[in-house]
Design a protein around this ligand. Structure first.
Ligand code: 1GP
Length: 244
């Protein structure tokens, strides 16, 4: 089964949890151990990526170590075309659709495409929409971030992505955001969207995870929380809130 089929086969049946690990923050062995803790707590897949210090080598070594230890799907979450993971199961082929710089909308994706085809990794097209505060990715990606109260803006971007053929839509508040994507924005976007909706950025409590799930998120991503709270009980409380 492809990773896209895996995500689509759960669509409408419940919410998936994905754990985001940054290969620059720990060794491949440590990343695999952390991924195993996430698996034991109920996570469904591991995303790997980060904004600095990412190389093709640390991506691939981390992907292999996680796959060997956990057997979970590993998805590369790219920050640009300078490093590519050939050993992950799939990569999100994403466009930062509300960037003001074409580099993040299509030029980087074009630059990488021939090489990506050659290595044969599964690509999953994704519209990536930055919501305030946007954090580092909003700054680096020169995003014209959707304001937190601009529900129509978020709906318009999300539906535009679907109409352009993107398989997934990701609403991103930014890693480490003090507030996650507002639940009322998630539910409004869900009303117009047919493809799976991913929510991430600033989710670090069972309450925030449950609010995003109840609003209709199909996939919830936690990164900072996973890296800062490798305590199995705390991990499980947040992942349980996503899954149950
Ligand atoms: C970042 O949405 C992800 O791209 C995860 O954000 O690190 O805040 O969990 P956090």
């Amino acid at each position: 089964m492809t990773v896209k089929d895996f995500i689509y086969s759960n669509h409408g049946k419940g919410t998936l949890h994905m754990s985001l690990l940054d290969p620059d923050k720990q060794s491949p062995k440590e990343a695999a151990e952390l991924a195993q803790l996430c698996k034991d707590a109920g996570t469904d897949a591991i995303m790997i990526g980060g904004s600095t210090g990412i190389t093709s080598e640390n991506l691939d070594e981390t992907a292999v170590a996680i796959k060997e230890k956990t057997g979970l799907p590993v998805i590369y979450f790219p920050a640009g075309p300078h490093a590519l993971a050939s050993k992950a199961d799939a990569m999100f082929y994403m466009s930062l659709v509300n960037s003001t710089d074409l580099k993040w909308v299509i030029r980087s994706q074009a630059k990488a495409s021939l090489y990506v085809k050659k290595i044969g990794i599964e690509t999953i097209s994704m519209g990536y929409i930055i919501i305030e505060p946007g954090m580092k990715v909003g700054e680096v990606g020169k995003a014209d971030a959707v304001k937190r109260d601009d529900i129509t803006g978020a709906m318009s971007y999300a539906l535009g992505c679907e109409m352009m053929g993107m398989s997934l839509v990701y609403l991103e508040a930014g890693s480490g955001a003090d507030k996650p994507v507002p639940p009322e924005m998630i539910s409004a976007v869900k009303e117009v969207l047919s493809v799976p909706l991913i929510i991430g950025g600033g989710i670090r409590t069972p309450g925030a995870a449950k609010a995003a799930k109840d609003a209709g998120a199909d996939v919830i991503v936690t990164g900072t929380f996973v890296e800062e709270h490798p305590d199995p009980a705390i991990l499980k409380a947040v992942i349980d809130a996503v899954k149950n």
